[in-house]
Design a protein around this ligand. Structure first.
Ligand code: NCD
Length: 304
């Protein structure tokens, strides 16, 4: 039995397989409509979500399976003081696979160690978010046709942005990756990601506060929301929230084939005027999330 807590638990060969399966599902959805007949997915969301939870549920329903779960901690026994371990022991009696989001870093790892069924990390605090990364990788594959020799800019909240940490880990395994980190001083990439991922893998990276200066180099621009819920005080959030707002003017010197990604939700960091630019991929990216999760559910349930 296998869970997915960190993106690096999947080899690059397995990521290619998932991307191929997801692409095949996209083209032939009917062939997959009964792959999970009789199976149950539980979604345990101790933190708000729109895309991650609903795309997991849509994925399982599209495979012929069923779903149950909760979308806020207050409607589960966590509000009575139940531990994650006990909640998971219970839910793994009722389901075949579990997708879980939790505000505490490491909670899905603890859950996996007490579960009788696979656990998928749907985001743990400011740490990791491996299924968003699979979604991002499927998007990159469809937009660029490759994972290697890409210069990827990450802009916004690189400190608390869990999607950033997971995608940097994933991209660090491909040849010729260059990472450009754009953030205010206070929201720089944590040093553990720099040391354990970028420096360990020998990936070339730069850090800057100036988005426009690096724009011409980028093949991919990964914009992110400033993660309000992880701030200790509102004043800091208000000061930093509008540090970067992507507008058509700021894209003036970008490559013609730049791909703009965003895990969503967007608050203010991409002007809606950018949405009609063909380089804006974030709504196509949302669509891919369902198919890559279908592929992942099948893989973790050992379904051919
Ligand atoms: C992201 C998350 O939850 O980390 N959203 C998502 O899952 N698509 C990004 C965010 O909330 O800013």
């Amino acid at each position: 039995m296998r869970s997915l807590i960190d993106i690096l638990e999947l080899s690059t060969a397995e990521i290619n397989e998932l991307v191929d399966t997801a692409t095949h599902i996209l083209e032939n959805p009917a062939a997959y409509a009964h792959k999970c007949d009789g199976k149950i997915l539980a979604t345990l969301f101790f933190e708000p979500s729109t895309r991650t939870r609903l795309s997991f549920e849509s994925a399982m329903l599209s495979l012929g399976g069923q779903v149950l779960g909760f979308s806020e901690a207050s409607s589960s026994s966590a509000s009575k003081g139940e531990s994650v371990a006990d909640t998971i022991r219970t839910v793994s009696c009722y389901s075949d696979i579990i997708a879980m989001r939790h505000p505490k870093e490491g909670a899905p790892l603890v859950a996996a160690s007490h579960s009788m069924v696979p656990v998928i990390n749907g985001g743990d605090g400011g740490h990791n978010h491996p299924t968003q990364t699979l979604t991002d990788l499927l998007t990159i594959h469809h937009e660029k046709g490759r994972f290697d020799h890409l210069t990827v800019g990450f802009c916004g909240d690189l400190k608390f942005g869990r999607t950033v940490h997971s995608l940097i880990s994933a991209m660090s395994r491909y040849e010729g990756t260059r990472i450009v980190l754009v953030s205010p001083e206070e929201l720089k990439l944590p040093s553990y990601v720099k040391k354990e991922v970028l420096e360990k893998s020998g990936i070339e990276y730069i850090q800057t506060t100036d988005l426009e200066a690096v724009m011409p180099e980028l093949d991919i621009l990964y914009m992110t929301r400033v993660q309000r819920e992880r701030f200790f005080n509102e004043e800091d959030y208000l000061r930093l929230k509008d540090s970067y707002i992507l507008t058509p003017e700021k894209l003036a010197n970008a490559k013609g084939d730049l791909s703009i990604l965003h895990p969503l939700p967007r608050v203010n960091e991409i002007s809606t005027a950018v949405d009609s630019d063909p380089r804006a991929c974030y709504f196509r990216q949302v669509r891919y999330g369902r198919y890559i999760r279908m592929a992942l559910i099948m893989k973790l349930l050992d379904i051919e």
